[in-house]
Design a binder for this molecule. Structure first.
Ligand code: HAM
Length: 430
C-alpha cells in the first residue's frame, strides 16, 4: 500500500528545509532588530475564534476536527485571532505598545494553485495598543526591512497601500447601506484578481447598482492623494483617512522605506476585521499572488471580549516569497549545500577507532564533524568530504593527522592532540 502526501502540503526534504530555515532566520533577525518579541499560540482553537470576525472566506477554509469529548476544534488558518485572545487575557499587565512577532504553521482548505497551499508558514508582525500612524509605519517598515535584507529591491516588489476607512467612505458616499458596505468590501478586494465581467457580476450580487459600481471604481482608480478625499465623497471621515495616509507615507519616506511604497485604493483586504490603513506586498511584475498583507484592525480585540485597543500588523507567507526569491535568484548559493566543519577519514582501517574518538572530541568542542560508516579507500572518502561541503578533510593516520582545507587545498600535518586543541566550529549550522 502506498500512501501519498496530502494535496497542498510539502515534504521538507533537507534541501527545502535549508531554504525554509534561511527565510525564517531572516524573519526572526529582522523582527528582533525592529524591536519585536516572539510569541506562539496553539495549532488548534475553538472555531468561534476564527468565525467571529475574520469573514466568510476564511471560515469556509477551516480544517475542522472533533476531539474525543465531542468538542469542535479548528486548525488555525491565521494567528491574528489567537494573538487577540492572548493579549485580551493579559491586557492589564502588558506594557503597551505590545510589539510581537510569530512564525506559525497555518492550514487553509484552499483551492491549491501557484503560491497557495493548504499548509504554509506565515511571518506575523503586530503592534497592539497604539492608535498612532507610527505603529502602521513600523509594521510596513519591518516588512520592507526584510525585503531589503533578502536582496529584493523596489524594482522587484511593491508595498501597495490602501485604506479600508476611505473605501467605506466611498461606498457610503455612493449610497450603499451599512449592510451592503460589508457585502461589497470582499467584492472590491477581488477586483484586481478576477475579470471585469466577473467583478461586475459579484458587485451586482452584493447589491450594487451600475452607477454605484462606476463611482466606486473611479475612487479605486484614483492614485492622487490630493484628489482622494473628494473621490471618496468628501466626508470628514474620508478627510481624516486621507490625512492618515499622508502621514503614513511621509513617515515611511522619513524612515527610508518610501521607495518601496505606493498608494493603491484597490487594496481592500479579504479579511473582515480591518478598519483603517491596509496594505499588500506584490511582486513588481504583478504576476504572482500577494507576498504579504496586513493593516489596522482596531475592533478585533473588543469583538473577542476585550477592551477597545488599536492594533495593526501583517502576515507574510513563505510560499509566494519562496517563488519570488527563486525567480530573482536571491537564495545564496550555499543555501543548497549541506555543510560540516570536519570530515574525518581513516588512512587505514586500523585508524578507524581513532577517527571515532576524534569525532567525539570535535563534537564535544562544538565543532561539527562527520565520517564514513563504511571503510573505503581514502580517495572515495575525500570525495564524500567534498559532497558534504566539509571545510576540512582530516586524514587520520597512526602517527598523526593531515588537515586539508578543501577550498584552498592547503594542508598541514600535526599530531592528533594538536589538531584537537586547535579545532574550532564555524557553525551557524544551517
Ligand atoms: P492573509 O492576507 O490572509 O492575512 O495572509 C497573508 C499572507 O499569507 C498572504 O499574502 C500570503 O503570502 C500568505 N498566505 C495566505 N494564504 C496562503 C495559502 N493558502 N498558501 C500560502 N500562503 C498563503 C492574514 O492572514 C492576516 N492574519 C495577516 C495579519 C496579521 N493582519 C494583521 N496582522
Amino acid at each position: 500500500m502506498s500512501i501519498q502526501a496530502v494535496k497542498g502540503t510539502r515534504d521538507f526534504y533537507p534541501e527545502l528545509m535549508r531554504r525554509r530555515n534561511w527565510i525564517m532566520a531572516a524573519w526572526r533577525r529582522v523582527s528582533l532588530r525592529n524591536g519585536f518579541e516572539e510569541y506562539d499560540a496553539p495549532i488548534f482553537e475553538y472555531p468561534d475564534l476564527f468565525t467571529t470576525k475574520s469573514g466568510p472566506e476564511i471560515a469556509s477554509q477551516l480544517f475542522n476536527l472533533v476531539d474525543r469529548g465531542g468538542r469542535s476544534l479548528a486548525i488555525r488558518p491565521e494567528i491574528t485571532p489567537s494573538l487577540a485572545r492572548m493579549v485580551n487575557a493579559k491586557i492589564s499587565s502588558l506594557p503597551r505598545p505590545i510589539k510581537w512577532f510569530s512564525m506559525p504553521r497555518l492550514c487553509r482548505a484552499e483551492n491549491t494553485q501557484r503560491g497557495r497551499l493548504r499548509e504554509f508558514f506565515q511571518w506575523n508582525v503586530d503592534v497592539i495598543g497604539s492608535d498612532e500612524v507610527i505603529a502602521d509605519a513600523e509594521g510596513i517598515y519591518t516588512a520592507v526591512d526584510f525585503l531589503r535584507e533578502v536582496g529584493l529591491t523596489p524594482a522587484d516588489v511593491t508595498v501597495r497601500i490602501g485604506s479600508r476607512a476611505l473605501t467605506v467612505s466611498a461606498l457610503k458616499a455612493a449610497g450603499l447601506s451599512d449592510e451592503s458596505v460589508q457585502a461589497a468590501l470582499p467584492v472590491l478586494d477581488k477586483r484586481a484578481k478576477v475579470s471585469d465581467e466577473e467583478f461586475r457580476r459579484l458587485a451586482v450580487q452584493a447589491g450594487m447598482s451600475g452607477p454605484q459600481i462606476e463611482s466606486v471604481c473611479r475612487f479605486q482608480d484614483c492614485d492622487d492623494l490630493g484628489a482622494l478625499a473628494k473621490a471618496a465623497g468628501g466626508s470628514s471621515d474620508g478627510e481624516a483617512a486621507v490625512e492618515q495616509l499622508r502621514q503614513l507615507l511621509a513617515t515611511l519616506r522619513a524612515m527610508g522605506a518610501g521607495e518601496y511604497c505606493t498608494l493603491d485604493m484597490r487594496i481592500v483586504r479579504g479579511l473582515a476585521y480591518y478598519t483603517g490603513v491596509v496594505y499588500e506586498v506584490f511582486d513588481a511584475a504583478g504576476s504572482m499572488r500577494a507576498v504579504a498583507g496586513g493593516g489596522r484592525y482596531d475592533n478585533l480585540l473588543e469583538v473577542l471580549g476585550g477592551p477597545k485597543v488599536g492594533a495593526t500588523g501583517f502576515g507574510m507567507g513563505d510560499v509566494v516569497l519562496g517563488l519570488l526569491l527563486e525567480e530573482k535568484a536571491k537564495f545564496p548559493a550555499d543555501v543548497d549545500a549541506s555543510s560540516v566543519d570536519y570530515y574525518l577519514i581513516d588512512a587505514e582501517e586500523t585508524c578507524f577507532p581513532r577517527v571515532v574518538e576524534l569525532v567525539g572530541g570535535l563534537r564535544g568542542r562544538g565543532a561539527s564533524a562527520d565520517f564514513s560508516y563504511a571503510r573505503r579507500a581514502v580517495g572515495k572518502q575525500l570525495k564524500e568530504a567534498n559532497r558534504r561541503g566539509a571545510r576540512f578533510a582530516v586524514i587520520v593516520r597512526e602517527d598523526g593527522v593531515s588537515v586539508k582545507e578543501l577550498a584552498t587545498g592547503e594542508q598541514r600535518d600535526v599530531t592528533a592532540e594538536e589538531f584537537l586543541a586547535s579545532a574550532e566550529g564555524s557553525q551557524g549550522n544551517r
